[in-house]
Design a protein around this ligand. Structure first.
Ligand SMILES: Nc1ncnc2c1ncn2[C@@H]1O[C@H](COP(=O)(O)OP(=O)(O)O)[C@@H](O)[C@H]1O
Ligand SMILES: [Mg+2]
Length: 255
């Protein structure tokens, strides 16, 4: 299962990507979470907090040809093996590196290493049966689908607002033009009920795979910088994301 989570900024991509990753790991999958957002999000939602270290900087060097190359002995497989970090429930997290006070410049090498790694993932035999879940940032990077070459499915997270739906429609069209072989799966987040889900589904002409209710536990977890799975595990959002995991896992499709 290889998917990328896309949607407007603030729609809930990081919360859903992280909770889904951990839920699938609890179900016995080996899971690689990919964070290509230079702003913090996924690591908090997974429950590993923020890291100052940018491990992927050790995977790459800029040579005399002015181009970035993996250091000797490192390729996509080793980059994941050595430079992904442990997250709860056994999830492994590979991060692009976060912007610093100096912007992206200090971590630019890491973004090259990340890019080269994700473009080599298909060739990594040891990851063949892993679940790969990418959390894509909103904006032009995500729109250039070059940042999710591994994705067979795009999990489109949409808030039931007018702006949220309009942005989602653009994303649907972008996937159709750049990645026509990929599937778009619709998740309506911060839903207040069936009417929200029906409205979004009708607008986008897509079936709603899962609605995730608005849940104060998610906001409270966010304020505490913790994972909702640790902070409000019994709330309705976690329950809905667990149903989503079941659906994606195939065992209960149509149930
Ligand atoms: N189901 C939900 N109920 C309530 N708040 C939510 C829900 N999902 C996400 N949020 C809140 O919305 C905000 C954006 O979520 P986040 O996952 O960071 O979005 P994105 O990664 O798409 O920018 C966060 O403050 C988060 O706590
Ligand atoms: Mg995010």
């Amino acid at each position: 299962m290889r998917l990328a989570v896309v949607g407007k900024g603030g729609a809930g991509k990081s919360v859903i990507a992280a909770t889904l990753a951990r839920t699938l790991a609890r179900r016995g999958h080996r899971v690689l979470a990919l964070d290509s957002d230079p702003l913090p999000g996924l690591s908090y939602s997974l429950g590993v907090g923020e890291q100052d270290d940018v491990p992927l900087l050790r995977a790459i060097e800029r040579r005399e040809d002015k181009r970035w190359h993996f250091v000797r002995g490192v390729g996509p497989a080793r980059a994941v093996q050595r430079f992904a970090v442990d997250a709860p429930d056994g999830v492994r997290l590979l991060q692009i590196g976060k912007t610093t006070r100096e912007g992206m410049a200090p971590v630019i090498g890491a973004s090259h290493a990340f890019f080269k790694t994700i473009h080599g993932l298909d060739r990594v035999a040891s990851l063949r049966d892993w679940v790969v879940i990418g959390d894509l940032p909103a904006g032009p990077r995500q729109i250039a689908f070059e940042w999710a070459p591994y994705a067979e499915r795009f999990l489109l997270v949409v808030e039931p607002t007018w702006q949220g739906m309009l942005t989602a429609r653009r994303i649907v069209r972008l996937v159709a033009s750049y990645r026509s072989e990929a599937e778009v799966l619709l998740v309506v987040n911060k839903s207040t009920g069936a009417a929200d889900e029906e409205r979004v589904g009708a607008f986008l002409e897509l079936e709603v795979l899962q609605g995730v209710p608005v849940d104060d536990g998610v906001r409270a977890a966010e304020r505490a910088g913790a994972a909702v799975l640790d902070f409000a595990p019994d709330g309705p959002a976690v329950a809905a994301i667990e149903r989503l995991a079941l659906r994606l896992d195939g065992s209960t499709v149509g149930a």
